[in-house]
Design a protein around this ligand. Sequence first.
Ligand code: SF4
Ligand code: SF4
Length: 106
Amino acid sequence: MLEPDSCEDCGHCCEGIGSPVLLYVTRDHESGNHPFRPPGLPAELQSEIDAAFGGLFRGQEPQDRCLWFDPATRRCRHYEWRPQVCRDYELAGTACLLRRREVLGG
Ligand code: SF4
Ligand code: SF4
């Protein structure tokens, strides 16, 4: 399989992995700065995450696709606010190539 040079029309790494944005969920029992949530995350995005995942820990959420993934456009709905784990995921890196092979074959 050819190495991808763009994420256009792909998004396979945003499916089948749960929702990395669950890391941003509000934890009532914790005080001080949130360990993962970026400063300035818009309130409406926070509310959506809390409504979807309140009380859950990472891995307990539905595993079909990330809450922020739009399957119609195959893009992240809030790419500028994506978690660090998504920023670290390299286009054409090992995980990307494995994921694409898993979904697309080849
Ligand atoms: S990083 Fe790889 S698997 Fe993820 S959207 Fe881009 S090309 Fe697809
Ligand atoms: S936050 Fe965005 S980039 Fe990260 S898994 Fe979800 S949809 Fe994909």
